[in-house]
Design a protein around this ligand. Sequence first.
Ligand code: SF4
Length: 702
Amino acid sequence: QGDSKDVDETVKSICPFCGVGCQVSLKIKNGKVRAVEGINGPANEGRLCVKGRFGFDYIHHPHRLTTPLIRREGAPKGLNVDPANPMTHFREATWDEALDMVANSFKSLSAASDGRAIAGFGSAKCSNEEAYLFQKLIRQGFGHNNVDHCTRLCHASSVAALMENVGSGAVTATFNQIEHADVAIVIGSNPVENHPVAATYFKQFAKRGGKLIVMDPRGVGLRRHATHMLQFKPGADVAMLNAIMNVIVEEGLYDQTYIEKFTENWEAEKAHLAKFTPEAMAPICGIPADQLRAAARTFAGGKAGMIFWGMGVSQHIHGTDNSRCLISLALMTGNIGKPGAGLHPLRGQNNVQGASDAGLIPMFLPDYQPVTDDAVRGTFSRLWNSGDFSGEKGLTVTEILDAVHAGSIKGMYILGENPAMSDPDVTHARHALSKLDCLVVQDIFLTETANYADVILPAAAFYEKNGTVTNTNRQVQMGRAAVAPPGEAREDWLIITQLARRLGLDWDYTHPGQIYTEMAKGMKSLANITWERLENEGAVTYPSLSPTDPGQPIVFAEGFPRAGGRAKFTPASIISPNELPDADFPFVMTTGRQLEHWHTGSMTRRSHVLDTVEPEANCSIHPATLHRLGVLPGGSVRLVSRRGAITIMARADRAVAENMVFVPFAYVEAAANVLTNPAVDPYGKIPEFKFAAVRIERAQEQ
Ligand code: SF4
């Protein structure tokens, strides 16, 4: 990649990939980003991973969308558009023509349905200001709350459990607090690949003698640094965690003083845990009783402990129960509200925390204020100088696509999301997209979802715009435009504003700073954090207690934002995964990301270095299983579930149990989500991406 010395200018911004939120210095030459270096941000202290350092050239890729496109009359919808030559299915349009067409379609669909026929998917890749504007557009423009984004596929169940039991959906401590911990649990997370810079802090913690307990059905990379590696059976989280808590109760290792001062429902939790003995749970979770006891003693024996978790915890039909267990474990050991202690669901996308905070969810307005609360809606109606909107919770991501099939949603505005790749049972999702009367896709590339669009609006990439993002640590950070968008592509906030005006809304934003200031008026969490501060300081952690406070890395030292100020124990019982292996589908498939590729691959598969390192769709299978199937490592297998089949290259990987297969979901040519199960957790409405029953066959061509 480029020379970082021979540059015209440098611009500070934020890495656009994961929720760690590393600060970067962009080296610009002749109007293009030539190199990226890490700088001293609060989350990364100069560090970057391979994606942040080398995954930037997608923004200059020839496939970038540069002009609005309108589908040609009669052009078939489906995965049939060559991104290098979209004119076979689309024609170029002016911005006025495209925006007028969108506004007119939405207005007529809205008029016929009292606004209910329109839904929007916003993006955790856009700025806070853009997320705020998008949810405002759906609510103010159409009067309903049918707006959601990929948090539904990510940590919705974690947030449901945190809101219920702690009173706040964000982390209680920054991940960097691990430097003050002496024990830590990392469960259902593969930070070495998915949050690589955070993982460097975890490794350093282990290196200086911290006790690291890694729990995962896969032997994830962090196991090399673990004092305890619990490779439990997939879907058995509650059995394992309840057994560990049973030991803590039985051996009197809990923190009675903390429990009495800060919690409620302890006696019910204690009584519930009595039957989850290590001996009873060992056959269910696959971890011997003595190892469960050892892990329990290690965690409870620490002076300060942190718990980190990822999608392995949340993406189950019992994801909320999994998180409830982790919250209970932290509460009973007094591990919230002090240095080196806390609950930390590691956020995926760079701005999934901020987009959720900004109200890009169907049941909450900004700052998780319920749409069902008349007073809350009144506050926002006044802020927006508009009438009331529905107090009914809107539909979630998967519910919206079901409603398209049912015929009640007819128009969608999809900004920066790719449900044609990212949703469970993606064939069902693609079919829904093809049925819409009006699908508007706003993105930087002609994504798989854009293949189904009626109108495509070309957007600016992250390094082409100004705006704030909030990372997994609650750090609000300033992203800065370093280069101009290609052709006629525009910043998302500007496109949303121009569409809103055509829908009759009286919006006059001319700069994202105005949007931030309005948003902050409706969000107590942003008190003392002004746009000007962020421009000057680059990052402020919320909550910030004064105009000069850099923010609080640890919260809830004095109690919780719940009635009575106490956190709650919510007992969790064992619920089986929705679809268990059987004779026809004997393997468990789990899905996830890889170090080099980000989510549905639209950016990283167009990044030269990253795609060169990892160019081909692949899955990971234990070598003994491959041997039994007669497949050599590097050969092809056919994976079949009740929903479909894909053919994919198989890698031998001893970290995957013999009855499992791991499939990354970045590859359209072998899309993992053709196979996944759309069953959802009843609280977070998150699909069970981490458990589907599949069959593995030797592919024909071998
Ligand atoms: Fe970017 Fe995440 Fe890597 Fe940091 S750790 S450079 S934010 S992808």
